[in-house]
Write a protein that binds this ligand. Structure first.
Ligand code: F3S
Length: 389
């Protein structure tokens, strides 16, 4: 792999330990995937934030990086943590909050912006063709497929290394040839809501693994529908990119059809219970302004039942923009939580055994990561269930 003189010096340790470790990670990764050089990035988005998933070992590593002069060289943002600012700190042991705060503080000291959201694209939208180094698979696939930016699916260490160096190895979907579709997916049914888009994504991810599909037959999906589709695909498979607008020129592309029964089976496969939920969760990935508006519209003039919690998760940025809708949700008894989500916190310790969500991604992971039973349902059913007497 070709390195500039400055990159070589970094690798040799002349720019401090944090830069040396980061360069080692990037070079190793580049060599593994056949990259010939590093390319500059416009932004990095880092996972590996929640104390629930990262544990104590991450604190030692991040401390060593800050002490080794680690400083982000590209605008960098952080994924959700295990706490919101006000509600969850009262519900768990203080030690957990202390550890979580330490992790965030260490990132902040390295000039990484503690946005604590999985939808960094609402804060600052990447431009078409910009090279990024993002972790968080739902954000990666959205950036590539909906926004037209270029990013591989980074892991926590490689996204952090890219942030500190401001560069990433030039391989994978950073190269135009690897962005070409190689499988045609014909949708021969109409997807009725965001939960079905997500279930479709889970189904596709399982079949496609890391192939790049061009999806034909979607009927005017909204960006939020595509967000659910991508989050689902990236959860069950390794896909970083899908196309839904381009006309494919390739004649002999592998082709598959998706029918009503495939979607029904995928959605049913994501439900593990029909019992009344303890917790209803909307906002995976974190809500857009439009989604907050639609939850508020559905809750207008209603009250959330006392025996159930309704969580609506979003970034602080979207919350600020949506204050009127947030007021409606909170007046109805729903909780608007920033900086966190169900998967990255300890909902079982809150007494939650059954969860209802409109997110196929959450439905896919929650039975294992949260040890809860799940029902997948569209947003209007989620709100109806939350308010039923
Ligand atoms: Fe975001 Fe949590 Fe879902 S980090 S993508 S809301 S699992």
């Amino acid at each position: 792999m070709y390195l500039t003189r400055q990159e070589e010096k970094m690798l040799e340790g002349e720019y401090g330990w944090a830069n040396q470790v980061s360069m080692k990670i990037l070079v190793r990764l580049g060599e593994l995937f056949g990259a010939t050089r590093l390319i500059p990035i416009q932004s990095a988005h880092l996972s590996g934030v929640s104390y629930k998933h990262m544990g104590d070992a991450s604190i030692d590593f991040l401390t060593a990086l800050t002490e080794g002069s680690g400083k982000a060289q590209a605008p960098s943002t952080l994924n959700p943590s295990s706490f919101d600012p006000t509600y969850l700190p009262k519900r768990y042991h203080r030690e957990r909050l202390k550890k979580q705060s330490r992790i965030i503080d260490l990132y902040t000291r390295m000039s990484i912006n503690p946005t604590l959201t999985c939808t960094p694209y609402y804060l600052r939208k990447p431009k078409q063709g910009q090279h990024l180094a993002w972790a968080e698979s739902s954000a990666v696939i959205y950036a590539n497929s909906v926004l037209g930016a270029w990013t591989n699916r980074e892991g926590s260490p490689s996204a952090l290394a890219a942030a500190l160096i401001g560069k990433t190895p030039d391989y994978g979907v950073h190269q135009a040839a690897n962005r070409q579709p190689n499988v045609l997916v014909k949708v021969e049914t109409s997807l009725k809501n965001e939960a079905e888009y997500g279930a479709f994504g889970i189904h596709l991810g399982k079949i496609l693994k890391d192939k790049v599909p061009v999806i034909k037959g979607l009927q005017g999906p909204s960006d939020d529908d595509l967000k659910q589709l991508g989050a689902g695909m990236a959860s069950s498979g390794m896909t970083a990119l899908f196309h839904h607008k381009i006309r494919s020129e390739k004649e002999k592309m592998e082709t598959m059809s998706i029918e009503t029964k495939d979607i029904k089976e995928a959605a049913a496969g994501l439900c593990t219970t029909t019992e009344t939920p303890d917790l209803i969760f909307v906002g995976c990935p974190h809500c857009s302004l439009k989604e907050v508006k639609s939850v508020a519209g559905l809750l207008q003039g209603k009250k959330v039942r006392r025996d159930v919690e309704l969580w609506v998760c979003m970034s602080r940025y979207v919350k600020e923009k949506a204050q009127n809708y947030v007021d409606i949700i909170e007046r109805a008894g729903g909780r608007v939580l920033c900086d966190t989500c169900v998967l990255v916190t300890w909902v079982k310790d809150l007494g939650v055994h059954t969860l209802m969500t409109n997110s196929a991604k959450t439905a896919f992971y929650a039975p294992t990561l949260n040890e809860v039973d799940v029902t997948l349902a569209p947003i209007n059913e989620c709100v109806k269930t939350a308010c039923k007497d």
